[in-house]
Design a protein around this ligand. Structure first.
Ligand code: UFG
Length: 334
């Protein structure tokens, strides 16, 4: 039996594929390579290039392979873009998930681990954020992920599928061996942007606002190592297969770092100056997002290992400094 990883050529999906393969599991990858990279796909995974909205394509994959579980990362995930192009996000994210669920029901596939996001909480009233707090997204991306969660919940209930929705905070870092890493085009994420500035691939990093209600005035986020994040997915899969009930879990480190602190960490790790300038706030940015991940620790037995922010930055730097232009296979470059 195989695990189907949708979006397995993306940053987080590719790390999932590598960990599953290291565990000795059979892995099937589906990716349309719109934002994913061919070079990020594990060479020994079975790969199908295609779009999950294409029901004939997806049916074919489920027919050919014996899939017993799905890990679903296939989605657009840029907050800013989602505000300009909400229909693109609803179509790819929500409609794509609807097609997937239909095919899962047709093929009687009973387990799904879903890649959700802290963006569904919007601007929280208090931190740390628990899974019971209100979900009021402040952007279209978060709204699509919340809708996807609901689609999965109701379909699961009707068709006996078990699911976990994993709500990620700020995922960063890369595989320690630097075989895969983070490469978005365009890049909008803080850690890669800081490291591109360290490599002088950009002149400076612009800090989006220094007038937030935080100790140094810059936004605070909870950074979690991508490999720790993925280990929670593998635990979630075991949990479901062992009869665990469908549930929602936050995944973060439960520690917050400001944008300025992150730049300082990067300066120490890289030994580079990393020029920073202050710019205006970015629309839709909440000031502080910190997870309570107690539930994942308690129920899934999650034990993140690379929890020091320096380790996260070091692993990210190892990949960036050895791949200063990112992945070579740029069929997806726009
Ligand atoms: N930032 C800058 N300058 C930059 C880029 C980012 O100051 O050039 C700041 C942002 O304003 C924010 C912080 O760095 O305060 C982190 O920004 P990212 O874009 O790296 O991450 P976000 O917190 O905006 O979003 C990330 C994921 C989302 C997810 C969210 C959940 O990209 O998909 O975490 O917390 F929904």
């Amino acid at each position: 039996m195989s695990v189907l990883v949708l979006g397995g050529a993306g940053y987080i999906g590719s790390h999932a594929v590598y960990q599953l393969m290291e565990e000795g599991q059979d892995v099937v990858v589906v990716d349309n390579l719109e934002t994913g990279h061919q070079d990020a796909i594990h060479p020994e995974a079975t790969f199908y290039q295609g779009d999950i909205r294409e029901i004939t394509f997806l049916r074919e994959v489920f027919k050919k392979e014996s899939i017993d579980a799905v890990i679903h990362f296939a989605a657009n995930s840029l907050v800013g873009e989602s505000m300009d192009k909400p229909l693109k996000y609803f179509d790819n994210n929500v409609h794509g998930t609807q097609v997937l669920l239909k095919v899962m029901v047709e093929h009687d596939v009973k387990y799904i681990v879903f890649s959700s996001t802290a963006a569904i909480y919007g601007e929280p009233e208090t931190v740390p954020i628990t899974e019971l707090m209100p979900t009021i997204p402040t952007n279209a991306y978060g709204e699509t992920k919340l809708t996807m969660e609901k689609l999965i919940k109701w379909t699961s209930q009707a068709h006996g599928i078990s699911y976990t929705s994993l709500r990620y905070f700020n995922v960063a870092g890369a595989k320690q061996s630097a075989v895969i890493g983070e490469d978005h085009r365009p890049e909008t994420h803080l850690v890669p942007i800081i490291l591109q500035a360290a490599l002088e691939k950009r002149e400076s990093i612009t800090i989006f606002g220094e007038d937030y209600d935080t100790p140094d005035g810059t936004c605070i986020r909870d950074y979690v190592h991508v490999d720790d994040l993925i280990s929670a997915h593998l635990l979630a899969l075991d949990y479901l297969k062992n009869g665990g009930k469908s549930d929602i879990f936050n995944l973060g480190s439960s520690q917050g770092f400001s944008v300025k602190e992150m730049i300082d960490v990067a300066r120490k790790v890289t030994g580079k100056k990393i020029p920073a300038v202050i710019g205006p706030r970015r629309t839709g940015d909440p000031s502080t997002l910190i997870a309570s991940s107690g539930k994942a620790r308690q129920i899934l037995g999650w034990r993140p290992k690379r929890t020091f922010i320096q380790q996260i930055m070091e692993d990210a730097w190892r990949w960036h400094s050895t791949h200063s232009d990112g992945y070579k296979s740029d069929v997806n470059e726009k």
